[in-house]
Design a binder for this molecule. Sequence first.
Ligand SMILES: *[C@@H]1O[C@H](CO)[C@@H](O)[C@H](O)[C@H]1NC(C)=O
Ligand SMILES: *[C@@H]1O[C@H](CO)[C@@H](O)[C@H](O)[C@H]1NC(C)=O
Ligand SMILES: *[C@@H]1O[C@H](CO)[C@@H](O)[C@H](O)[C@H]1NC(C)=O
Ligand SMILES: *[C@@H]1O[C@H](CO)[C@@H](O)[C@H](O)[C@H]1NC(C)=O
Ligand SMILES: *[C@@H]1O[C@H](CO)[C@@H](O)[C@H](O)[C@H]1NC(C)=O
Ligand SMILES: *[C@@H]1O[C@H](CO)[C@@H](O)[C@H](O)[C@H]1NC(C)=O
Length: 662
Amino acid sequence: MSVLLLFLFLTLHGLPVVFPAVDQFTFDGFAGANLSLDGTAVVTPDGLLMLTNGTTLLKGHAFYPTRVRFRDGASSPRSFSTAFVFGILSEYADISSPGLAFVISGSNDFSTALQSQYMGLANAANNGNVSNHFLAVELDTVVNAEFGDISNNHVGIDVDGLTSVVAGNAGYYEDGTGAFRNMSLLNRTAAQVWVDFDARTSLVSVTMAPLEVPKPKKPLLSTTVNLSSVIQDESAYVGFSSSTGVVSSRHYVLGWSFKMDGEARALNTQNLPALPFTIPKSPSKTLKILLPIASAALVLAVAITVVVIDRRRRRYAELKEDWETEFGPHRFSYKDLFHATDGFCDERLLGIGGFGRVYKGVLPASGAEVAVKKVSHESRQGMREFISEVVSIGKIRHRNLVRLLGYCRRRRELLLVYDHMPNGSLDKFLYDHSMPVLSWSQRLGIIKDVASSILYLHEDWEQVVLHRDIKASNVLLDADMNGRLGDFGLARLYDHGTDPQSTHVVGTMGYLAPELGHTGKASKASDIFAFGVFVMEVACGQRPITQDEHGDHLLLVDRVVEHWREGTIADAVDPRLRGDFAVEEASFVLKLCLLCSHPLPDVRPGIRQIMQFLDGNAPLPELSEAHLSVNMLALMQNQAVNYSYSLPLTVAGNLSDIPGPR
Ligand SMILES: *[C@@H]1O[C@H](CO)[C@@H](O)[C@H](O)[C@H]1NC(C)=O
Ligand SMILES: *[C@@H]1O[C@H](CO)[C@@H](O)[C@H](O)[C@H]1NC(C)=O
Ligand SMILES: *[C@@H]1O[C@H](CO)[C@@H](O)[C@H](O)[C@H]1NC(C)=O
Ligand SMILES: *[C@@H]1O[C@H](CO)[C@@H](O)[C@H](O)[C@H]1NC(C)=O
Ligand SMILES: *[C@@H]1O[C@H](CO)[C@@H](O)[C@H](O)[C@H]1NC(C)=O
Ligand SMILES: *[C@@H]1O[C@H](CO)[C@@H](O)[C@H](O)[C@H]1NC(C)=O
């Protein structure tokens, strides 16, 4: 500390200083602290380090401003220890955006890292690459199947990527009894984390506990890490990284202490700045049993009965309000769904998506196979509108739409029951190379199926239904490999739950039309944009946004436009087809996507017109250079990276001129 004070004194007085080798520091709150911040990270006037500020799909970093010396010359890294207090405030009580991480890294430049599930640490191309040189301790509140996440409330030790070396549910082992106590990362309470590295054993240990509990003796996680390969230079940066996904949340660090070769100074947990506010939780619903003590035996008997009944009651407890009676026939009982899915056991898990987990079930009464989607949702605001939409959507019948059979509500949970589609989702066939390759004619068939489902939703049903999340993973394949669009309207759930002033964009990066960035309003045209991206995905067998080895965003649309300019548009088609497709047809399909995904909404055709093109009843307008004169890439790039970017109408230049992610 004294070294730091001297250093601050010298810098404040403008005296030239030689960097002292910092090897310890403590921040009991960050007021006046000199940290190197980027992205959304700021130190608030109260002295909180706020890594993310509630805006969705952004990231922020905070590092100690100078490198910390971890090794002398070629010797192996020294022991260190750190303690920090963090807090997470999410808009919802039980879902949040990915989380935050303590990081030691060779570089403090994470400009190419992505937000959302990448937590500002890596991107799709470099995730897990040994050249990343970072060690992170993640506090993760979202299940990302791609990283093998164990729960939406876990702590993990990560090396060079987001797939944890070890992970465990948040909690601690009580000293003395050794009992494990669960903790919640999302309960709006600050908690403390300790990270220790023992150079002798190469063991990294992570411990956490509520603020009032002293550091537990038994760590939550520990694993050996070859820190020599992570920290290649003599010194490295230490700090924090965090990001938001589609849910608005704020990630805070309240205090931080660090020391080489010894135990970090304990934080003064009494005097840390407080987390800004806490929303009162709904009262606990535990039964209050008041019994006169007549006979101990009677009390015991009653108590046992109450416990049994209460356990049953809670196991199947639902949330039902008066207004729901009109939706009666569409309401499933939780007990039925519980039995249908064998208690939502892991063996029945079909997949984990952005909105929740999907289980396969067999309804006890009819024997019908269903897919049950569990969406965690706390907010009651707008629930009535949403349920009435669910029910009216449930009335939609079309052979290319996955039928929504009904719903059930529990505290914090909404369950949606759909027809089960035996062949699963289309994206698996496109990207999982262990699955059979879909032929060109199958692909074209699926594209037409999806187009006709959109035609029905946009034009032919009694109300206009915007899907808002059209993408390959929302297209399911029935037993005959017909494409069926699923999950329609689900995105609105989160809209209803937020206050009307802050329309937040819902959907998936890469499929969001550029105008959504500034109007925030979904429209038929924004669905068409996503449809265009979807068609491109199916034809090219490639995700809409990928990254190259330098971490630059590569947009599929850019590749297709490039090929179109060079007159080799058919070369953009999925190489797995090995040229087995009609070139004319393929170039027609790709031109159609360019038209649908045009940056300007007015240029995009309507779905009825698209059907006519696909059925060969109308010629596709010739694409001209003028059509693409608005630099599509620039628009999409801005949108992919920063939703609030105001849209320039004429953009010239190429990818290298476009600001990268920040
Ligand atoms: C969060 O930070 C970003 C980038 O610094 C900024 O554009 C945005 O307006 C901030 N949001 C809020 C709610 O302060
Ligand atoms: C913060 O630390 C950096 C790196 O040591 C230094 O360049 C900068 O002048 C410091 N700023 C203040 C306000 O002390
Ligand atoms: C890891 O990154 C390096 C440098 O960026 C690159 O050359 C290499 O191909 C990457 N390795 C893998 C397996 O992606
Ligand atoms: C702790 O949390 C885990 C995972 O959420 C759960 O399986 C377990 O039952 C919980 N234990 C207690 C004692 O609440
Ligand atoms: C949050 O969880 C911690 C640890 O489990 C507990 O000590 C604290 O009382 C909880 N806070 C609230 C508001 O539930
Ligand atoms: C640790 O990493 C260093 C540098 O990559 C390597 O030389 C060394 O062999 C590794 N040690 C072990 C035990 O794997």
